[in-house]
Ligand binder design. Structure first.
Ligand code: DX5
Ligand code: ZN
Length: 248
């Protein structure tokens, strides 16, 4: 992911610019009959991160999609250098990491609640040359990330209970993001992205960015029948811009 070369933190690692946000459309909300077209529309609108929600019916109540879908999207994302990220809402994710990497995922997020050996799992993602991310359900406290923060690229704050798209945003997530950003800064880990997932849209994206979010997952606010993907992305982008944030 692009970093600002001028912006370095105390640990000598490049720090994430607090003023830049990436939009990561979640294809869970897409029209699967024309999935390729919808992802192409998002890429044409300048999106460079596509969020693939993988659900197993065990960690979360729903079953969604797997590596085959990632593989199908790769010819669209690869030519423009977009990241395909998998959000693994599954038990025993270690069993599938290599498959997702082979399929084209270059960022993989697992859940604290699903990984008894989280350090090993994060190491396995890193050894596959993918960006490791770790996610927290709404009721899981930030302290559960303390030991793993130096090893990850993305900390995912779930702002709904995972399992379904189109749910109502849990407002207390904004404070959770702010506390996580403060913790990262304090520890010289400002380069770690904070991704927020669930109910993110024009009403809260700027406030979340202000709190320290650097990646906004957006499903039903990007893929819906009310407006085109281009217009929906453009609204998120202009909302961020109006508050002084650059969308990368
Ligand atoms: C929820 C998923 C989300 C979801 C977001 O379990 O992880 O990525 O698709 O959808 P919206 O933006 O509609 O809440
Ligand atoms: Zn997700």
């Amino acid at each position: 992911m692009a970093r600002s070369a001028a912006d370095h933190g105390s640990a000598g690692k490049p720090q994430q610019s607090a003023r830049a946000v990436a939009i990561a459309p979640s294809i869970l909300a897409a029209d699967f009959r024309r999935l390729g077209e919808q992802v192409s529309d998002a890429l044409a609108a300048g999106v460079r991160r596509i969020h693939v929600d993988v659900m197993d019916g065990r960690f979360v109540p729903n079953i969604s999609m797997g590596a085959l879908v990632v593989e199908a999207l790769r010819p669209l994302t690869e030519p423009v250098g977009a990241v395909l990220e998998v959000h693994l809402m599954i038990v025993e994710p270690d069993r599938y990491l290599a498959d997702f990497r082979r399929a084209g995922a270059s960022a993989m997020t697992v859940h604290v609640e699903a990984c008894p050996h989280l350090h090993r799992t994060v190491g396995a993602i890193r050894s596959l040359d993918a960006q490791p991310g770790v996610g927290l359900n709404p009721a899981t406290p930030l302290v559960t990330l303390d030991e793993i923060l130096p090893d990850i690229d993305v900390a995912l704050v779930m702002s709904v209970n995972p399992g379904f798209g189109g749910q109502k945003f849990i407002a207390s997530s904004i404070d959770k993001v702010a506390r996580l950003r403060a913790k990262l800064v304090e520890r010289g880990l400002g380069h770690v992205d904070i991704e927020v997932d669930g109910g993110v849209g024009p009403d809260n994206i700027a406030e979340l960015a202000q709190a320290g979010m650097t990646i906004a997952v957006a499903g039903s606010t990007v893929f819906n029948t009310r407006a085109s993907v281009a217009d929906n992305v453009s609204l998120l982008r202009s909302t961020c811009a109006a508050h002084g944030f650059v969308v990368r």
